[in-house]
Write a protein that binds this ligand. Structure first.
Ligand code: ATP
Ligand code: MG
Length: 454
């Protein structure tokens, strides 16, 4: 692949760049948007850098809404054609004593100096209003060779800001790139510096790493780095299972499950943690077969500790611990009744995720083919869609009668109403009666007379 040295700048971005140029400033699209355009991937957002100082940027766009995102850091957000653009003054950064924000920011006049502070060569390219690329650090070459390489001396760059260690893994996973040898050596050597980085900053990069297309490969090669963030993983590495269902150790199995689930944050985290409690749950019977009784519950408890430590929000903690705890539930093969029962217990979306994790878990054992796992999985997913589409009844809300209807029959107000409703729901889920008013009411009367008789 030979990359061109020009990209297409979208008209709104071009308009912003030209406005700054007209006022006598140099201005460029920079970083991720240039990298992604060169790769033919649509950029998420367009960042702009310029020689204009923050107050000059504001003056330049006095007819637009501008928000000073951080005067100290030289960023002005400009609202333009219903989108937000971050325009940042050329700058150097130094000293991250709190590992969150640079201590000193100095504004600069030259693009080259601004590019020099950036993390990786593929992130250190800029494009002018016509899309012509400035590439001072051989980023185009690295992009072509699929390589993440630090701008300048790797050891120095990771010492300045340890988050870059995790960013390197994130980009490697997202783009499927290798990491250049010196950059890789420095990552392994300096990984412990990640301890000093704020969890909020780590979390975002960890999510990118786990959701990338090469997540399994990167996690395998940089397991030592992941263990700095999540020491609980350490025991899984090389932990033999002594069980004919599994040909891989716990860590290798985990990586395979990680690769097999779709790249959604909750699912990928659940894959990473689903067996993390196995070493603690291990026992061996007289036949020398390994067992892991109760491992899902231990894994769920460990997941919660880890996710809280990484400052994940409650919704993610709940989602992931649920998936981990329930990951070894029984698959409802071709049985609508069982699917309705599962839907009575789990939200449809959670059940879908659970099925996806189940499938990945089966493939990850190494003893079942993807085709075999898919057959079971596809049937279960089709069944799920079918039950949902038919609007089958699996919750009290969907029952064709409610408490008021039962009281109208003369049943006494109180807990008995709730109890009868649940009996009715069970009967409908089991397929013993139809979900229609007449059948339900006569069945309710029958249950009630049996209760009275009792
Ligand atoms: P994505 O499309 O995934 O957001 P990106 O390259 O835009 O990728 P950002 O985290 O948004 O990544 O950062 C924007 C740019 O800022 C990067 O391309 C890089 O040039 C620079 N950058 C960001 N964080 C750092 C850092 N910690 N050290 C050095 N440069 C950084
Ligand atoms: Mg970005």
């Amino acid at each position: 692949m030979i990359l061109q040295n020009q990209i297409i700048i979208p008209p709104p971005v071009q308009a912003l760049l030209k406005r700054l140029n007209k006022a006598g400033f140099s201005a460029y699209a920079v970083g991720g948007c240039v990298r992604d355009s060169l790769l033919g991937n649509p950029p998420q957002d367009w960042d702009i850098c310029t020689s204009a100082r923050p107050e000059e940027i504001k003056a330049c766009f006095s007819d637009r809404r501008t928000i000073l995102t951080g005067e100290r850091y030289g960023t002005v957000t400009v609202l333009h054609e219903d989108a937000c653009y971050e325009i940042t003054t050329f700058r150097t950064e130094s000293g991250y004593s709190d590992n969150r924000h640079p201590n000193r920011v100095a504004f600069l006049d030259s693009l080259q100096d601004d590019l020099a502070r950036r993390d990786f060569t593929v992130n250190a390219m800029a494009a002018d209003a016509d899309g012509h690329i400035t590439d001072c650090f051989d980023g185009l070459n690295d992009l072509e060779n699929g390589q993440i390489r630090c701008v300048g001396e790797a050891t120095e760059r990771f010492s300045e800001d340890a988050l870059r260690i995790l960013r390197a893994l994130r980009f490697s996973s997202k783009l499927g790139f290798s990491i250049a040898p010196k950059t890789s050596d420095a990552i392994h050597a300096l990984k412990n510096r990640l301890h000093a980085v704020a969890p909020e900053r780590l979390r975002k990069e960890l999510c990118g790493l786990l959701c990338g297309k090469a997540a399994g490969t990167v996690a395998r090669e940089y397991a030592d780095v992941l263990c700095v963030l999540i020491p609980e993983l350490q025991r899984c590495i090389g932990f033999k299972q002594y069980n004919h269902h599994h040909i891989h150790d716990v860590w290798e199995h985990t990586l395979r499950v990680l690769e097999q689930v779709p790249p959604e944050e909750g699912l990928r985290l659940a894959a990473l943690f689903h067996d993390i409690g196995k070493p603690a749950a291990f026992s061996m019977d007289k036949q020398l077969v390994g067992h892991f009784y109760g491992h899902a519950v231990i894994s769920a408890a460990l997941s919660e500790t880890i996710l809280r430590r990484l400052r994940y929000d409650n919704a993610t903690v709940q989602q992931v611990t649920f998936l981990v705890r329930e990951h070894s539930f029984f698959l409802p093969e071709g049985n609508e009744k069982r699917m309705r029962k599962l839907l009575a217990a789990f939200e449809p979306e959670r059940l879908r995720q659970l099925l996806l994790l189940r499938r990945a878990d089966a493939v990850g054992t190494g003893t079942r083919t993807e085709e075999a796992a898919d057959r079971i999985m596809k049937n279960a997913l089709l069944l799920l869609d079918d039950v949902l589409q038919k609007d089958d009844c699996f919750s009290l809300r969907q029952l064709a009668v409610n408490g008021g209807d039962l009281m109208a029959l003369g049943l006494p107000q109180g807990p008995i109403i709730g109890s009868i409703l649940r009996h009715l729901l069970d009967a409908v889920i089991d397929g013993r009666i139809q979900n229609n008013r007449a059948d339900l009411l006569s069945y309710a009367q029958k249950i009630n007379s049996e209760l009275e008789y009792d």
